[in-house]
Design a protein around this ligand. Structure first.
Ligand SMILES: Cc1cc2nc3c(=O)[nH]c(=O)nc-3n(C[C@H](O)[C@H](O)[C@H](O)COP(=O)(O)OP(=O)(O)OC[C@H]3O[C@@H](n4cnc5c(N)ncnc54)[C@H](O)[C@@H]3O)c2cc1C
Length: 368
């Protein structure tokens, strides 16, 4: 056996698929989980037949023809445009914060005044960071920026990153834009869709090949590495090196999944709660594939610090100290022959799904 891929997430699955199909070489894929797909795994709930996104809502979106074409070999798609809501002062309103949100948050006259000011100043279909609005001399634009900052971003950031309001670096959070548009879609990419039979099914199709053997419930630590010519590692880079320089920090999440005896719980797949409740958001899963059932399934999402052995790694915490720590591991990684570190955990980076696929495809270009 020549090739070992650690992790049957999106990155590991693209890599194994290319080894099997392009090189026509045998490859073993292992994963510590008892399912494939890593973070993008979904499962069909037995009672309702609804696909549940196990690790939070996943909406595929890309402008990359290459990524779209590659994945489309392994799934048909259900077109889906993501139009979430955010709760402001107890009311569910449109997110991204756009001209419809302004209508929903203010009385008619005030909304018209702010809309006219934004459109006259910047023109339609532009995204303006709230930091930029704050820096103008115009009282109305400043007011809108402060409103969005207070009701949409500050509370969410406090919960999501576990920070106190004074610890939030305004120059980072205030990059978040107001969208001067009536387009309610959260993403504007050319392709926006959900795999018709779910993400796990797409991954299974990518891994279904005579050259690929999969071992689930198997940790990298339990494998005899010397039996392999090449190792493609998509786990956490600090874990690979036994945390010799210290642990890379992450934010983690937990999900409370509930089946509810009503047809729909909320009007859209996701509702954010920046200012109320302990959870950050609620996902209602049946919206993604427009699945019909007299019941529904929701997940309440809570944010925590990552603690080894207690929960999973989700979002890398980017700052200078952590980037320096990652660089130390990367330097050691580069010394190893025929061992490659890939994916969101190998690169200590937040990747959208299309970025993870593109990074894996581009890595492939460099080794062939
Ligand atoms: C809450 C949340 C929501 C998201 N929503 C979106 C979205 O809407 N749209 C979008 O484009 N992207 C979204 N993403 C990003 C998306 O999840 C990632 O791009 C994608 O999962 C990256 O895949 P990966 O294979 O690199 O990592 P992973 O999915 O983490 O795969 C790594 C795999 O390696 C395995 N592994 C790790 N260590 C070991 C070990 N020692 N031994 C054996 N196996 C091991 C893990 O079990 C895992 O299966 C979201 C991410 C999060 C956290």
């Amino acid at each position: 056996m020549k090739n070992l891929v650690i992790g049957a997430g999106l990155t590991g699955s693209v890599t194994a698929n290319l080894i099997a199909t392009k090189w026509n070489e045998k490859v073993i894929v292992i994963d510590k989980n008892n399912f494939v797909g890593g973070n993008i795994n979904d499962y069909v709930d037995e009672q309702t037949q609804i696909h549940v996104h196990r690790f939070g809502p996943h909406i595929f979106h890309t402008n990359s023809e290459r990524v779209w074409k590659y994945l489309s070999q392994y799934t048909d798609w259900h077109e889906y445009s993501f139009e979430p809501n955010v709760v402001i002062k107890g009311q569910k309103v449109t997110l991204p914060f756009n001209l419809n949100t302004i209508k929903q948050c203010f009385d008619k006259q005030t909304a018209e005044k702010y809309t006219k000011k934004l459109v006259d100043t910047y023109g339609m279909e532009h995204k303006i960071p709230i930091l930029e609005l704050k820096q103008t001399n115009d009282e109305d634009l400043k007011f809108i920026a402060d409103f969005v900052y207070k009701y949409v971003f500050e509370g969410y950031t406090v919960k999501q990153w576990g920070l106190k309001p004074e610890e939030i670096d305004e120059s980072i959070t205030a990059r978040v834009p107001i969208y001067i548009s009536y387009d309610n879609r959260y993403f504007q990419d050319k392709y926006q869709a959900i795999p018709k039979n779910g993400y796990a099914e797409m991954i299974k199709n990518m891994l279904y090949h005579k050259n690929i053997q999969i071992y689930l419930n198997t940790k990298y630590q339990d494998i005899l590495k010397e039996n392999f010519d090449r190792i493609f590692y998509t786990g956490s880079i600090d874990e690979f090196f036994n945390y010799k320089y210290g642990m890379l920090p992450y934010r983690s999440l937990t999900f409370d999944v509930e089946t509810i005896d009503c047809e729909y719980y909320q009007p859209t797949a996701m509702v954010n709660y920046p200012c109320d409740n302990d959870y950050t958001r609620i996902t209602e899963h049946k919206h993604f594939l427009n699945e019909k059932s007299s019941k529904t399934i929701i997940s309440k999402e809570y944010s925590h610090s990552f603690e080894l052995g207690k929960n999973e790694r989700y979002y890398p915490i980017k700052n200078d100290a952590n980037s320096e720590l990652y660089e130390k591991y990367l330097r050691d990684a580069k010394q190893l022959k025929n061992t490659y570190f890939l994916g969101r955990l190998g690169a200590y980076k937040y990747y959208n799904m299309d970025q993870a696929v593109l990074a894996a495809l581009e890595f492939w270009d460099t080794i062939t």
